[in-house]
Design a protein around this ligand. Structure first.
Ligand code: ADP
Ligand code: MG
Length: 243
């Protein structure tokens, strides 16, 4: 089983504060991994390091066979191969939804405008947002914005989709439509690493759960094992807050 994305021995500090302390994580093709852990445990930092938005202090990150932690790599080229969606502020407010979705394809893959728009419209249609294509993001609900952000992230056909608590800024009634889209992408075989507090969703959709605590992976395994019978006291303590 060859990894699509593999990080080994990742260390990251902000000043004196060590946020990631030797994290190893890998994703096989079509695997869906849920990254869980308390606020401040380092989930976002790990995703940002994987996406080359933060330089790492030590360790290596491979995307396929390529060492993307090599400082000489072109981070923009790599980021097009790693679709990312964050908690909020994913879309450029001054661009239409359609332009948001086509921007990366046009810049990175040098796809022509017509072709990029056709594909973007097909994707927006699929998620029920075709009629919002010409609108600016502020005309969309939070749930629609996050779905559009997911469309933007997958428009470049990334090898991995990194999702960082993409529903935690949403009103509760809008969470379902966003999770449903992630569920569909997972079912289609998209390789996904998602930081989430949606434990029921993680249990349903993830193939593997990784529990991060104070910058180290304390426990990982199939959701049925980690949620039902966590081995580590720290995992039990964390999960007890959700029941
Ligand atoms: P999580 O996503 O699990 O809540 P984060 O990765 O956001 O955790 O944060 C982990 C720790 O790193 C926190 O203590 C946070 O304050 C700190 N941190 C994150 N980003 C920065 C930054 N840019 N500068 C300084 N400290 C940061
Ligand atoms: Mg976070």
């Amino acid at each position: 089983m060859s990894a699509v994305l593999r990080a080994t021995g990742i260390w990251k500090a902000f000043g004196e504060r060590e946020v990631l302390r030797g994290v190893d994580v890998e994703l096989a093709a079509h695997e869906v991994v849920a990254l869980i852990g308390a606020s401040g445990s380092g989930k976002s930092t790990l995703l940002r390091c994987l996406n080359l938005l933060e330089p790492i202090d030590d360790g290596q990150i491979f995307l396929g066979d390529e060492d993307i932690s090599d400082p000489r790599v072109n981070a923009n080229r790599i980021r097009a191969r790693l679709g990312a969606v964050f908690q909020s502020y994913n879309l450029f407010p001054h661009l239409s939804v359609l332009d948001n979705v086509t921007l990366a394809t046009r810049v990175v893959h040098r796809t022509g405008k017509r072709q990029a728009e056709e594909r973007a419209l097909a994707l927006l249609e699929r998620v029920g947002l075709a009629d919002k294509a010409r609108d600016h993001p502020d005309r969309l609900s939070g749930g629609q914005q996050q779905r559009a952000a997911i469309v933007r992230a997958i428009a470049t056909d990334p090898e991995v989709l990194l999702l960082d608590e993409i529903t935690s800024a949403l009103d509760p009634e809008l969470v379902g439509e966003v999770l449903e889209l992630v569920r569909q992408l997972a079912a289609e075989g998209t390789t996904i690493l998602m930081a989430t507090h949606e434990m029921a969703f993680a249990r349903d959709v993830a193939h593997r759960v990784v529990f991060l605590d104070a910058g180290t992976i304390v426990e990982e395994g199939p959701p049925a094992d980690v949620f039902r019978a966590p081995r580590e006291a720290r995992t039990r303590a964390f999960l007890s807050r959700f029941t």
